[in-house]
Design a protein around this ligand. Structure first.
Ligand code: GLN
Ligand code: ZN
Length: 750
């Protein structure tokens, strides 16, 4: 029996265009240099290109409504009428209301932006309260469907499912749980389904990745009830519920308890667990299982033989199996064929979105006709990708390599050497990145500026930043990071084992795209990476200059990582490189070294059962990187957030001498959380929210510091902004830092 789903599909495809056309068009629209009609033409062109690409690849089940001007959660909010009145009352056009929610306007802050599960994509958090009036608005989904149909492509509209939508929403103020509104929202989805059916839509995809995290039984029952209700809608398309990023757990049998016609499972991130659950679910008569066999989140070619074998297991269980990507291809770059200068040994191992579509089609044929027709497996990796020195160092590590001396001794040694006042002032590392700096880096890269000229340019900038900090009276200075394009890319470009792509852009949020490096081989430090700049900065001043590194967890989190060895091993390789860098900085006279780990919490596994193992290796790698220095070298770490949640004990376990965190928006509450777990080392709660151009007043900073001093003894308290200053302008930086230094002096005085 066939359910008419098709044999091969993807859960979504990049929408930014092969050359970031969408970013450029959207930003031009914001800048007023093109009008809405021109923006719409570019968007329609990009959508048409995607559908034609998928059709030409012979994919036989093609999604639509995966395009977005900014974000698919925001699109879903619009589709269910969940536009907060604070935006509707602005009286803007539909498109500008949409962008106002995404970016804010003078008088209204934007919706909150946050991480999409454990990926590097960020979505806008819908605001759903008891008073939110849902209303079906399927216009976008219908328009895309019609647009594709006019091109001769029958598509499957995609929406975020109602349960996940509410799980990811927040309520304005503290008025009720968004999830309490599920029944109402399901009625709105029912209406959307009717409208889609009336337009001739045969299948709809509702994404419920919210259930690959731990959810209590009432939420799982609610999911079952929601889909039971949606399946009872009289006129509706067939329903495909997609899950991704892990194991569905108890939600799998719950969904199979409903009449949904198709269920999608991630067999890459949730492989064994999902298969076991599926096997235990009994006969799957009349249903399609959409097997996510091609990794939608990483850039490696699929091992087609192994994937075919997993696919065959599913074929043995279900009436009908379609092959798919494990999640939307939104998370990988568009097309490997643009990468003409990658090492051929590496290139032949890679697959970007376009190539992954071919893999899906190949796999679906192999499942039907047998694996004999699969291409030959890849040859073994080149011997040069193994670094025996790094491997033997790792093999001989002992626990002592991840341990520093007792904190009281370290702290005494550091106090004697650094001679800082109580409430020492510092910044988080970067100073404003001016257009001129960006141009200098681009010119150097393109060969228009030679090495000597570039070095001179950077030195001038460093000197300027040092003199400014001296003038302002800061205690621990930074060199300002003018040489860094990005805190991970900068290190990726210098470490062996990393490759940079030319066009490997991936959407991070809205029009912002990133180009993550690829870790493909053993990681080793070829030469010192930051020492020259830090040494120069230190040579200009008697104040301590803080060395500045990115930690191993963050480097992994913002790269595409190899999958042929445990993440822990790759993290330790990166950690060894950073350990050597710390020791070189120390030898160059650097007394304070900050190792940033803003990604520590965001990479936390979605299921509690997996979290301990992660935190063990993550903390271990950080400690390996930072434990090679003497007691009197002070190690700082910086985390970009303050809601530590379940990672709070891990933050203590990092054993940094000083931890700086974001705190200005949460009013220092985090200090109580740290006190509760007995954190007893230095802490720098941010007293200036650098995410906004607003200059905090002197009194505001004093007030924040007084609150902090009430929670933490002054000898352990540092005074700093929430994060780096690279996105700010000099006028606001100078004014804010002046207030910060004066406020510290006032509070020191008692
Ligand atoms: N040192 C980095 C900076 O100041 C830290 C950035 C971050 O925390 N994301 O820019
Ligand atoms: Zn930060």
């Amino acid at each position: 029996m066939t359910t008419g789903f098709g044999q091969s599909t993807v859960l979504g495809y990049p929408r930014i265009g092969g050359n970031r056309e969408l970013k450029k068009a959207v930003e031009a629209y914001w800048a007023g240099s093109i009008d809405a009609a021109a923006l719409e033409r570019t968007a329609a062109g990009l959508r048409a290109e995607v559908w034609q690409t998928l059709r030409d690849a012979r994919l036989d089940a093609i999604p639509s409504n995966t395009f977005s001007y900014y974000d698919h959660m925001l699109d879903t909010a619009v589709a269910v009428g969940a536009v907060p009145t604070r935006f509707t009352r602005l009286g803007l056009s539909e498109l500008d209301t949409y962008f106002a929610m995404a970016r804010g306007v003078d008088t209204e802050p934007a919706l909150e932006l946050t991480k999409w599960f454990d990926t590097n994509y960020h979505y806008l958090v819908p605001e759903i309260g008891p008073d939110t009036v849902f209303a079906a608005n399927p216009a976008k989904a219908l328009a895309e469907y019609a647009e594709a149909r006019d091109l001769g492509v029958r598509t499957r509209p995609v929406l975020v499912g109602p349960a996940t939508f509410l799980l990811l929403a927040k309520s304005p103020a503290s008025s009720g749980e968004p999830f309490d509104r599920l029944d109402d929202l399901v009625e709105t989805y029912a209406e959307i389904l009717r409208a889609l059916a009336d337009a001739g839509v045969e299948w709809v995809q509702l994404d419920e990745p919210g259930y690959v995290a731990d959810r209590d039984p009432t939420r799982i029952t609610a999911l079952r009830d929601a889909y039971t209700r949606l399946c009872a809608v009289e006129r509706r398309p067939k329903i495909f519920v997609a899950s991704y990023f892990g194991e569905l757990g108890d939600a799998l049998p719950a969904l199979l308890d409903t009449p949904v016609e198709a269920l999608g499972l991630d067999l890459v991130a949730g492989g064994p667990g999902n298969l076991t659950r599926l096997a235990g679910a009994g006969p799957l008569r009349g249903r399609t299982i959409v097997a996510g066999l091609v990794d939608g989140r990483n850039v490696w070619r699929t091992d087609l033989r192994t994937a075919t074998a997993s696919g065959a297991v599913v074929t043995g269980l279900a009436d009908h199996v379609a092959v798919s990507t494990s999640c939307s291809l939104l998370h990988v770059p568009v097309d490997l064929s643009s990468e003409t200068s990658l090492d051929p040994d590496l290139r032949q191992r890679l697959a970007f979105a376009r190539q992954k579509v071919d893999e899906v089609v190949l796999l679906s044929r192999a499942l039907r006709d047998g694996a004999a027709r699969l291409p030959e497996p890849l040859p073994a990796a080149p011997a040069g990708w193994r670094d025996t020195t790094v491997r033997s160092r790792l093999a001989t590590l002992t626990p002592a390599d991840r341990r520093r001396g007792p904190y009281p001794e370290r702290s005494a040694a550091q106090r004697a050497r650094l001679d800082l006042p109580p409430l020492p002032t510092t910044t988080i590392g970067s100073f404003p990145q001016t257009d001129e700096l960006r141009r200098a880096r681009a010119d150097h890269r393109a060969g228009r500026l030679d090495d000597a000229g570039y070095r001179q340019r950077m030195r001038t900038e460093i000197e300027h930043v040092i003199r400014l900090q001296e003038r302002l009276g800061l205690d621990v200075l930074v060199h300002g990071e003018p040489e860094r394009n990005d805190m991970v890319q900068y290190f990726g470009e210098q470490l062996a084992g990393f490759a940079a792509t030319g066009h490997g852009w991936v959407q991070s949020y809205g029009s912002r795209c990133v180009r993550p490096p690829i870790i493909y081989a053993d990681v080793a430090r070829r030469a010192p990476m930051t020492v020259e700049w830090s040494r120069y900065a230190q040579s200009l001043t008697d104040q301590p200059v803080k060395g500045m590194l990115t930690g191993p967890v963050t480097i992994l989190a913002w790269s595409f990582v190899r999958t042929d060895q445990p993440l822990a091993d790759t993290a330790d390789q990166v950690a060894l490189a950073l350990r050597d860098e710390c020791q070189d900085l120390e030898r160059a006279g650097i007394r304070v070294i900050q190792v940033d780990e803003p990604a520590l919490r965001e990479t936390l596994p979605l299921r509690a059962a997996d979290q301990k193992a992660y935190l063990d290796w993550a903390v271990g790698a950080f400690r390996l990187a930072t434990s090679g220095v003497a007691d009197d070298t002070q190690i700082h770490t910086h985390l970009c957030y303050s809601e530590f949640g379940e990672v709070i004990t891990a933050i203590d376990a990092l054993d940094a001498d000083v931890t700086s965190i974001e705190a200005s928006r949460s009013k220092m509450e985090v200090l109580d959380d740290l006190a509760e777990i007995g954190y007893g080392r230095g802490v720098g709660p941010g007293v200036w929210d650098i995410h906004s151009p607003r200059v905090p007043s002197h009194d505001e900073v004093v007030e924040a510091l007084r609150r902090a001093v009430a929670a933490v003894p002054a000898q352990r308290l540092w005074v700093n902004p929430d994060c780096g200053l690279k996105t700010r302008g000099y006028p606001e930086v100078e004014a804010s830092l002046r207030h910060l230094v004066a406020a510290a002096a006032e509070v020191r005085g008692g």
